[in-house]
Design a binder for this molecule. Structure first.
Ligand SMILES: NC(=O)c1ccc[n+]([C@@H]2O[C@H](COP(=O)([O-])OP(=O)(O)OC[C@H]3O[C@@H](n4cnc5c(N)ncnc54)[C@H](O)[C@@H]3O)[C@@H](O)[C@H]2O)c1
Length: 298
């Protein structure tokens, strides 16, 4: 057993070096496997340890947070943080298996469970209308990790992510189903996280980010106002935030430009024409972005 520091403190080069030393001391070979047990920070760093040891040995993830179950453990991205930024060093290393045991969520603070549900909302919005309907109709049940509704919600969200990454593991530019759609709400969400010095939960930030892009879609004439209202309603029902302070536009805009998802110099946003109908908007108009920000400003 290699015990890791909590949360982001695990995603460091010090932890990597200690783990490599431990694997060396244990005589780990190509027929051994790393098993991670923890939240997304653990599956990220544990996955990277497995990706780098002997140029890649198997990893099995046992995610213990809602976010890790539906997102971090599924999809093959692993990595650590460095002085240059979060998640800039890593490898694609799909797990040999993922074991999701929902009983572990009984110990998880509800605020963490709720933040993980933001990614479940995203999965529903981009690809699964039935999942979205479940969240809209039974939000209180979904907030209870012991409910049957959570079993269905988590299974459906995992399926959405697995389908997308099976079609396009490495986010290739012209894939028929691009992994890029998983970035829904993330460009603005990442900007909030950065501007807030990572004191906001990821799920809270992308909740606001999804309302922001929904507003961009409506302002661009791609989606109707009812779709924006649906975003606000389902996120509010789950207790997730839908607004952000109104005096940070310059910082947010600058941060969005350097988001690692931006291609070259241009900004690319994933928008929805409707539930399950994502498309990419390249080089969106600045005035329109500013207006969308005004609409999500508290
Ligand atoms: N690789 C990917 O595709 C991907 C996708 C999304 C997020 N991530 C990464 O995942 C990380 C966030 O993951 P997270 O939200 O799971 O956070 P986390 O791993 O930091 O865990 C959050 C907190 O919950 C605690 N915890 C975990 N399981 C628990 C349980 N069952 N009961 C009680 N407490 C528990 C942890 O100790 C920690 O304090 C970030 O580093 C992010 O970059 C990766």
């Amino acid at each position: 057993v290699i015990a890791l520091p909590d949360a982001e403190q695990a995603k460091t080069t010090d932890v990597l070096i200690a783990a490599w030393n431990a694997l060396g001391a244990a005589g780990f070979t190509r027929s051994d496997a790393v098993v991670t047990v923890g939240g997304g920070a653990t599956t990220d760093v544990g996955g990277f340890i497995a990706a780098s040891w002997l140029r890649g040995i198997d990893v099995v993830h046992v995610p213990t947070t809602t976010l890790a179950m539906v997102d971090a453990a599924v999809g093959g991205k692993t990595g650590i943080n460095t002085a240059a930024g979060k998640n800039l060093v890593g490898a694609f290393h799909p797990p040999a298996g993922v074991l999701v045991d929902l009983d572990v969520l009984a110990a998880l603070p509800v605020s963490e469970h709720r933040a993980g549900l933001a990614e479940v909302v995203k999965a529903g919005l981009i690809a699964d209308a039935d999942l979205l309907a479940l969240l809209e109709q039974r939000p209180h049940e979904v907030l209870d990790p012991a409910s049957d509704a959570v079993v269905e919600a988590v299974a459906r969200a995992v399926q959405v992510k697995a389908d997308v990454v099976s079609a396009d593991l490495r986010e290739t530019p012209d894939a028929p189903v691009s992994r890029e759609i998983l970035n829904y709400g993330h460009t603005f969400g990442h900007a909030i996280e950065r501007v807030e010095g990572y004191r906001w939960r990821h799920g809270d930030a992308i909740a606001v980010g999804m309302v922001f892009v929904a507003e961009v879609a409506a302002l661009s004439g791609l989606a109707d106002d009812a779709l924006v209202a649906r975003h606000r309603a389902v996120l509010t029902a789950l207790g997730l935030p839908i607004t952000y302070r109104g005096d940070r536009w310059d910082d947010l805009r600058a941060t969005m430009s350097i988001d690692k998802k931006a291609r070259g110099r241009g900004l690319r946003l994933v928008l929805l024409e409707d539930v399950g109908r994502p498309r990419v908007l390249a080089a969106p108009d600045d005035a329109l972005l500013h207006e969308a920000y005004r609409r999500v400003s508290a």
